[in-house]
Design a protein around this ligand. Structure first.
Ligand code: ARG
Length: 473
């Protein structure tokens, strides 16, 4: 093969004329981005089609030239789709590669497409388009996970579970209430992606390198052609800014962290120590040495992947920090973190969705844990409040009752009525009826509470939210 730097002095490179020699080998190797930016071929070709139509409108391409250009761009797309596009070592980036191919294909006509645009507005356009559909896809995948969680919540609607703070038993809840908590975290993740999408939905073509162009290209027509909701207000901002990508990756990082928490819970539930849930065979793995093992690897990997998505966000923020206006070549480094964050979540979301759907819960173990650990102490204290005792005093009294029960090795319902009455006269035998986990759950019947009636209506809202997100696919 010939030296790519020699090829790069003509068709493969977009800027040879000014230089006496081709670039240094190490410099060229550092700058080549086709290995990752080829992923933007669809968006780049869409931008080129819109640009060809604008060039025709202003008279730079005649009707035959436009037709030849559009059909060449279609053929180019077919090659990429079939993974047969011939990327050469002399291609610096996807934009240069496509222009080189067009010149091979169309002769001098292929060289006309560059008029009035720059790779600076081209890459900003491509990445915006890519992020726009990435957001839609992720919102749809979130909807599927929400459906799996809501499905499990519906199937176990009245099951009791321990509710924790500090990973210590706090108060009993419905398992469904716990599962639906994730639906709402995920719903905000979907909301953040939708917000990011709405803000990035502005067209930047017509900005050229940074200042706009002299050719009379109409930014509004690009916007219409590419389905953007708006046109950027300022060509310098348009080519220099990457906050749109940072927002998408930031939403991805928060989402990945939520999924990691869910993964961690599944890992805990599946331990023999807790034994609250079993992960389905298809989402478990064995050990190469310990034949008895049943490991929740998928949930662990979901937890582990959060680290790299957070890293992607840090990479992007650090990249953009300190860049003077407008385009700086550093910005070529924006693509890999964006792709990595989105691709990681595209991998993770279906896997955790399947894992959630595969869970089988152990009703007895959940119920036992829900009832133990003095989980009804707050109920007892709140009953004292209803009977006129200041909460500060009620808290003390019930604390003493718990200490007594603990020293006896029983739970609150294991104490004699006399012993309770001794702790406080308001703790009459009637309070025994309070010491029932299901009744305790169902007393919490505000909208956001864990009562069966509240959770039923919450489930309807959760399902509606899931369906709205799914529809984004
Ligand atoms: N490959 C470049 C990038 O990804 C395209 C823009 C190059 N612009 C330039 N002035 N060299 O950012």
């Amino acid at each position: 093969m010939s030296d790519p730097r020699e090829d790069a002095t003509d068709a493969g490179r977009l800027w040879g004329g000014r230089f006496a020699t081709g670039p240094d080998e190490a410099a060229w190797a550092l700058g080549v981005s086709t290995a990752f930016d080829r992923k933007l071929w669809r968006e780049d070709l869409a931008g080129s089609r819109a640009h060809a139509r604008e060039l025709h409108r202003i008279g730079v391409l005649d009707a035959d030239e436009l037709e030849a250009m559009l059909s060449a761009l279609d053929r180019c797309g077919q090659l990429f789709a079939a993974d047969e596009f011939p990327l050469l070592p002399s291609d610096e980036d996807v934009h240069g590669a496509i222009e080189r191919w067009l010149v091979d294909e169309l002769g001098p006509l292929g060289g006309k497409l560059r008029a009035g645009r720059s790779r600076n507005d081209q890459i900003a356009n491509d990445l915006r388009l890519w992020c726009r559909s990435a957001c839609d896809g992720l919102v749809g995948l979130i909807g599927e996970l929400q459906e799996a969680l809501a499905g499990q919540a519906a199937d176990h609607l009245e099951w009791l579970a321990p509710g924790y703070t500090h990973l210590q038993r706090g108060q009993p809840v419905l398992l469904s209430h716990h599962l639906l908590a994730y639906v709402w975290m995920l719903d905000r993740d979907a909301g953040r992606l939708r917000d990011a999408r709405a803000r990035l939905d502005a067209s930047v073509l017509g900005s050229g390198a940074l200042a706009g162009t002299t050719l009379g290209l109409d930014p509004a027509r690009y916007a219409e052609d590419l389905g953007f909701a708006a046109v950027a207000e300022n060509s310098m901002d348009a080519v220099a800014s990457r906050d749109f990508a940072i927002e998408v990756v930031s939403a991805c990082a928060i989402l990945a962290v939520h999924l990691s928490r869910l993964g961690e819970e599944i890992v805990l539930w599946a331990t023999s120590e807790l034994g609250f849930a079993r992960v389905g065979d298809a989402f478990s793995t064995g050990s190469s040495i310990m034949p008895q093992k049943r490991n929740p690897d998928v949930a662990e990997l979901v937890r582990g992947k959060a680290g790299r998505v957070v890293g992607d966000l840090v990479s992007l923020l650090t990249l953009v920090k300190g860049l003077p206006m407008t385009y700086d070549r550093d910005l070529q480094e924006d693509k890999e973190p964006v792709f990595d964050a989105v691709d990681t979540l595209r991998l993770v979301l279906p896997a955790i969705t399947g894992t959630v759907a595969s869970l089988s819960f152990d009703r007895d173990r959940l119920e036992q844990a829900a009832m133990g650990g003095f989980a009804l102490a707050t109920d007892l204290a709140e009953e004292l409040v209803r009977r006129g005792v200041p909460f500060r005093e009620a808290h003390e009294v019930v604390g003493e009752v718990v200490r007594l029960a603990e020293s006896r090795g029983v739970d609150l319902d294991g104490l004699d009525p006399d012993e309770l009455a001794e702790a406080h006269p308001a703790l009459d035998p009637g309070v025994a009826d309070l010491l029932d986990a299901r009744a305790a759950v169902d007393r919490r019947d505000a909208n956001l509470g864990t009562a069966t009636s509240s959770v039923r209506t919450q489930l309807d809202r959760a399902r509606a939210a899931a369906a709205a997100n799914r529809a984004a696919i």
